[in-house]
Ligand binder design. Structure first.
Ligand SMILES: [Zn+2]
Length: 112
């Protein structure tokens, strides 16, 4: 039987996805196979850990966030360039971008 390339609503979890087998989506079907085909059906999907967002609190970190904002206001948006100008790793710049976004959202929701 051909692998049906179609999107279905999973009979197991109710989520949309590519058809796997047994009226389950592929994600559920593969989890079930990997779990050794338990008669109880697919094991529950792993819960994706929502990591606590990093917000700078130490003065040095707050200072770096301000430096980042300054450069962004100057029109510098390239992560590699920002990392270079701030003398930080790209990963650190990404954290600053994420923290800046969260702080902006918080300010927005407080203003509303
Ligand atoms: Zn499912």
């Amino acid at each position: 039987m051909a692998w049906i390339r179609t999107t279905i609503t999973c009979r197991h979890c109710g989520k949309p996805g590519l058809y796997g087998n047994r009226d389950w989506i592929q994600a559920c079907y593969k989890r079930w196979i990997n779990a050794g085909r338990p008669t109880s059906g697919p094991p529950p999907a792993p819960v994706r850990q929502q990591r606590e967002a990093w917000i700078p609190s130490r003065p040095s970190a707050v200072g770096r966030l301000e430096d980042y904002r300054f450069l962004r206001e100057q029109g510098e948006l390239d992560k590699e360039m920002l990392a270079d100008r701030l003398n930080l790793s790209i990963r650190h710049v990404e954290r600053l971008i994420a923290a800046d976004r969260i702080l902006a959202q918080q300010a927005e929701s407080e203003a509303a």
